[in-house]
Design a protein around this ligand. Structure first.
Ligand SMILES: [Zn+2]
Ligand SMILES: [Zn+2]
Ligand SMILES: [Zn+2]
Length: 374
């Protein structure tokens, strides 16, 4: 009996060893084939636990070409998209392509500088399917500056379409979430004056451009002070958490009591004042909730951010201050008439430029100068 048990165990062990050897052989063959098609070691890692890899079945050529490889490619492509911005040493080919797309976009910007404020972050451009599909190609397929130049018209078309679609989504988010304006007004004790207006809220196709339209990024939780700010914020390497793709809803409409409070302080309409209009006013405000040595003074965008960050649920209290008290030297302004101030500069400088170079007596937002969101 003992002999029979020992024999069975020996047979079982041998079968297990054979199975393990066959699996190792299959894994090695697949790795070899993938490396030959331009995959790198990160890609190999991505499929190492896949059920079509970790099995002892012999790998037949037809099965590889029509079944295994296509399925592994889906996993590899998905993993490549997810690690596009990780910049790991082993992904140097993909990192190089990301740099190529970014510099292609910067070159494009210099030719449309006045529209720069409407365009997204370079990392968002990398995630456009037309660019992402080039970036994640196997390492051995050449992607060069020339590749992007050949695709220039299609990239610009897709870029515009994405911006338009994102603006439509922000509009939709505003319309769907406009009851939150009531909540923000209640926070200021304004419900009685505010409520009758809510039903007649200006719901034209640009309501997302109003000064009360703040949006929160779903990828990182950042509160963006305006619709343009939201689009430019998305996927930024420093401020956001880049996504693996551009699908899905990226923002929720989260109007703040601070924006309503600042508009009322300026004597401007809460219902119709746009972000551009509030920029035109150029008022600075001092935070009355600050009780430390540091008291925040700034323009409306930084006040919204400051209150949200430091005073949270408390009622916002600000007062307008003269320019001499303004410590915020914002370098976010650009000429709307030409490409001179490509990287953004101080408002006074752009205003002087508009007067001297374009002969504008009283430069205005957005016709002569525009604020470029971070
Ligand atoms: Zn974000
Ligand atoms: Zn404060
Ligand atoms: Zn100019």
């Amino acid at each position: 009996m003992a002999l029979a048990t020992a024999a069975k165990k020996w047979m079982d062990d041998r079968a297990e060893r054979k199975k393990a050897e066959d699996t190792d052989r299959r894994v090695a063959t697949i790795q070899h084939k993938l490396l030959a098609t331009g995959c790198n070691l990160h890609d190999i890692d991505a499929i190492s636990g896949h059920h079509l890899v970790k099995t002892c079945a012999p790998l037949k050529e037809l099965d590889w070409a029509y079944h295994v490889l296509p399925q592994l490619k889906v996993v590899i492509d998905e993993d490549r998209r997810a690690r596009m911005f990780e910049g790991h040493l082993l992904d140097h080919v993909m990192t190089y392509r990301v740099t190529l797309v970014k510099s292609f976009f910067y070159n494009l910007l210099s030719s449309v500088a006045s529209k720069r404020r409407d365009l997204p972050d370079p990392q968002t451009v990398c995630l456009l399917p037309i660019c992402a599909d080039l970036i994640i190609l196997p390492d051995n397929i050449p992607v060069t500056e020339q590749t992007l130049i050949i695709n220039r018209a299609a990239i610009v078309r897709d870029l515009r379409a994405w911006v338009q679609e994102e603006r439509r989504r922000l509009f939709e988010a505003f319309v769907e979430g406009r009851h939150r304006l009531v909540v923000a007004a209640v926070g200021l004790g304004l419900l009685k004056e505010f409520l009758p207006l809510v039903t007649g809220w200006c719901l034209n196709n640009a309501c997302h451009e109003l000064a009360v339209a703040q949006f929160t990024c779903q990828q990182c939780g950042t509160l963006c002070p305006s619709a343009r700010g939201a689009i430019r914020h998305l996927n930024n390497a420093y401020f956001c958490k880049p996504s693996a793709d551009l699908a899905g809803k990226k923002f929720t409409f989260t109007p703040t009591s601070t924006a309503i409070h600042l508009l009322i302080l300026c004597g401007l309409s809460v219902m119709t004042t746009t972000a551009d209009h509030l920029d035109q006013y150029d008022t600075s405000f001092k935070c009355l909730n600050c009780y430390t040595d540091y008291v925040h003074v700034g323009k409306w965008r930084t006040c919204i951010d400051h209150h949200d960050r430091y005073h949270g649920a408390t009622v916002p209290r600000f007062e307008p201050v003269t320019k001499s008290e303004d410590r915020n030297e914002s370098r976010h302004w650009a000429c709307a008439r030409c490409s001179v101030f490509y990287s953004g500069t101080r408002r006074e400088v752009v205003e002087l430029h508009a007067k001297e170079l374009h002969g504008v007596k009283r430069p205005r937002v957005p016709g002569d100068l525009v604020y470029i969101e971070q």
